[in-house]
Design a protein around this ligand. Structure first.
Ligand SMILES: [Zn+2]
Length: 311
């Protein structure tokens, strides 16, 4: 497998002060990836393009784009209580969303089989009109819309295994039957959304699937729910692209989460996703980093995930 590894040093320039979503996260991940000489040599290292206004406004309102530009220009430090900004943050967010675009180009052109985008800020809480929950632009959603616009993708499956529900992604595609949003997440928990009764609306009826999990749920039951849901999804919605909202705060010991997955679970989940992509999407998997805040374990968990993608 050729795996594109997309990263930009500018991701460190989104300054958040004393905050769990800090540049140290990416430093820890890069140290783990670079430390694995075989993996590092095999990965196809790329820098992202910056998402254009056209790319962004396939998912977000022009009002949000203007608001974020203006807040950065004026040096306002927060969008809301959780979500910090610095003067470069909007430009960095364009490069995070742009990594989804670069990744989609790689897998549709066949230059890579799959891709991992090591980005920040994360994206899955950002709705069409609102930046929130550490997220400015919805990177995965922007990638999905780009795949449709540029390559005519008909059925994009977004699999979100972050500990938090991706309210923004669900919201953007809630009435859209061409993008399936599937999430496993701790519930009830931030941001309060993600009930199993949310199944989509109108054209999107049946293309949202939430698996809420109580804090402390065993890795075994978590994994079983994930696998069973994927079986139903692949039958009803064979995808031509899979995007993973790859949050690693669902690993045991994350300071912001209460779920119990181990590194080996992320390896197996990655393999299950790749297996579906092999059968329906000529292997196309784009994995976008979301959360993951335990600096002691994050690097190794991501290394396990990327190793699975490459083999
Ligand atoms: Zn999260």
């Amino acid at each position: 497998m050729t795996t594109a590894l997309i990263y930009d040093p500018a991701y460190l320039k989104h300054e958040t002060g004393h905050h769990p979503e800090s540049p140290l996260r990416l430093k820890a991940i890069l140290a783990a990836l670079e430390g694995d000489e075989l993996l590092w040599a095999r990965a196809k290292k790329l820098q992202p393009v910056a998402a254009s206004d056209e790319d962004i406004t396939r998912c977000h309102s022009t009002r949000l784009v203007k608001q974020l530009k203006s807040l950065c220009e004026r040096g306002v430090a927060f969008v809301d209580l959780d979500t910090a900004l610095s003067s470069d943050s909007f430009d960095v967010a364009r490069l995070a969303a742009g990594a989804a675009i670069t990744a989609v180009d790689q897998v549709f052109s066949g230059e890579a089989d799959n891709a991992f985008a090591c980005v920040r800020p994360p994206g899955h809480h950002a709705t069409a009109n609102r930046a929130m929950g550490f997220c400015l632009l919805n990177n995965a959603a922007i990638g999905a819309r780009y795949a449709q616009a540029r390559y005519g993708a008909e059925r994009v499956l977004i699999i979100d295994w972050d500990v938090h529900h991706g309210n923004g992604t669900q919201d953007i595609f809630y009435k859209d039957g061409s993008v399936f949003y599937f999430s496993t997440h701790q519930y009830p928990y931030y941001p309060g959304t993600g009930a199993s009764t949310d199944r989509g609306e109108g054209e999107g009826e049946g293309t949202t699937l939430n698996i809420p999990l109580a804090a402390g749920s065993s890795a075994r039951s978590h994994r079983q729910a994930f696998t069973e849901a994927l079986k139903v999804i692949e039958r009803d919605f064979p995808p031509d692209l899979i995007i993973i909202s790859a949050g690693f705060d669902s690993r045991r010991g994350d300071p912001l989460g209460g779920l119990m997955l181990e590194d080996s679970d992320f390896r197996e989940m990655t393999k299950e996703v790749m297996d579906i992509a092999e059968r329906f999407a000529t292997g196309r998997v784009v994995s976008m980093l979301e959360g993951g805040y335990n600096l002691e374990t994050l690097g190794e968990t991501v290394r396990t995930h990327v190793t699975a993608l490459t083999s």
